[in-house]
Design a protein around this ligand. Sequence first.
Ligand code: NAD
Length: 292
Amino acid sequence: MLILICDAFDPSLPKRLERFGEVTEDQARLRDAQVALVRSKTKCTAEWIAQAPKLKLIIRGGVGIDNIDAKAAKERGIEVRNTPNASSVAVAELAFALMIAVPNHLVEAHNALKLEGKFLKKEIKRTELMGKTLGLVGIGRIAQELGKRARAFGMRVLAFDPYVKSSEAAILVPTVKELFQQSDYISLHTPLTDETRGMINRESIANMKNGVVIVNTGRGKCIVEEDLVEALKSGKVGAYATDVWFSDPPDPSCPLLAAPNVIMTPHIGASSKENLLRIGDEVVELLEKSGK
Ligand code: NAD
């Protein structure tokens, strides 16, 4: 069996997989691969799948499988698996880091001092997370971890999730409109679906509190970029802190890159050292169970 590692995994993984067959990172060998390991970089489109006639299994190291054409894989009888449990803490910690960077003006203060030698002691007006309301869109694995951390900081944590009946990590609200109306901070944790695509748009933003902070470690396409940029410019949205983009990496013309009050990271939510090891564990487990 030939296992093709397409994207960045923990460096220990190739050795760990040798007991299942030959392991390669040579992308030119896609044609001979029976198993492909991808993260978010490789786009498993119908064309990509057509170049892999022997492929039986695609393992996505991570959660969202929106980079894989599930229909094309199914038509070819290719099994698609992911490693949904590994990444929750890594992504929740990044979401928390993005969130807490905003009221503390960390990026602005750092850049002013480091790049311009400006000591903005009087100019920077910090606020605290304590007593503020965090609204989680989706209360799955990552959002639950973020909810626990936010509560430890004294935040009131609400969530909207039409597919969840109860949660220990948040107070559930019945509509997303109510969530948006009550939240000082909104954090997105849904998969990209027809329901969630573009859910942050001019109309939904109009329902939010003035100066709301939006944190996105979910998917960039849940946002209508032009509408968000307009709201950032007017101050309706106080800040947008994002790890995820419409495309990876964002096109240089992406309007968020030049918009005010945006804090950005390059889709590193799942990339902690510890998480890459956990993803490796889940990959090994999946291969053991698959018997491929
Ligand atoms: P999960 O499946 O545990 O949770 C997703 C939750 O979203 C579920 O509870 C589901 O019921 C809910 N949901 C679905 N549709 C909804 C809707 N229309 N409105 C509200 N809630 C809805 O997944 P998770 O592990 O928590 O991951 C969440 C998302 O985070 C992933 O789908 C992925 O897009 C993203 N993610 C990003 C990174 C990163 O590097 N930034 C890493 C991992 C995952």
